[in-house]
Ligand binder design. Structure first.
Ligand code: 5GP
Ligand code: ZN
Length: 116
C-alpha cells in the first residue's frame, strides 16, 4: 500500500487540503474531531501513512498501533475524558466507511452510541 492515496478523505485531511478540527499531532499520527460525532467526545486518530485498516498498518509497521493509542490517550485526557473507548472498524460489514486506518476515541456517555 502506498504512503498516500489521492482518493482518500483522510489523506486529503493529512495533506491540509480539507479542513478538520485538529486536536493533536505526533510524528506518526493526527487526531481530529469526527464530522458526525456518536458520543459527547468523538475523535479519530489516524496514522499519517495510508493503509486500509489496522491490521494492514500493523503488518507494515507493528509500532503504528502503539503510536495511535498514545495520541488517543493524549487527546482524550486533554479534553477532559480520561475514560474512553477505542474502536477500529475493519471491513464494510463491520461499519468501516473510510478505508484509511483510524481509531475512534469515544468519551462521555459513549456506551449509548448507535453506530459504534
Ligand atoms: P468508519 O465508519 O470508517 O469506522 O469511520 C469513519 C468516520 O469518519 C465516520 O465516523 C465519519 O463520520 C468520519 N468522517 C468521514 N468523513 C470525514 C471528514 O471529512 N472529516 C471528519 N472530521 N470526519 C469524517
Ligand atoms: Zn489515506
Amino acid at each position: 500500500m502506498s504512503a498516500t492515496s489521492d482518493d482518500c478523505i483522510f489523506c486529503t485531511i493529512i495533506a491540509g487540503e480539507v479542513p478538520a478540527d485538529v486536536l493533536g499531532r505526533s510524528e506518526h499520527a493526527i487526531a481530529f474531531k469526527d464530522l458526525n460525532p456518536q458520543a459527547p467526545f468523538h475523535a479519530l486518530v489516524v496514522p499519517l501513512d495510508h493503509h486500509e485498516n489496522a491490521a494492514a498498518s500493523a503488518a507494515a509497521d507493528p509500532a503504528t498501533l502503539g503510536h495511535l493509542v498514545t495520541l488517543a490517550d493524549e487527546v482524550a485526557t486533554a479534553s477532559g475524558n480520561p475514560d474512553y473507548r477505542l474502536i477500529a472498524n475493519t471491513g464494510a460489514g463491520a461499519g468501516q466507511t473510510v478505508f484509511h486506518t483510524h481509531l475512534h476515541v469515544l468519551g462521555g456517555s459513549a456506551r449509548l452510541t448507535e453506530h459504534l
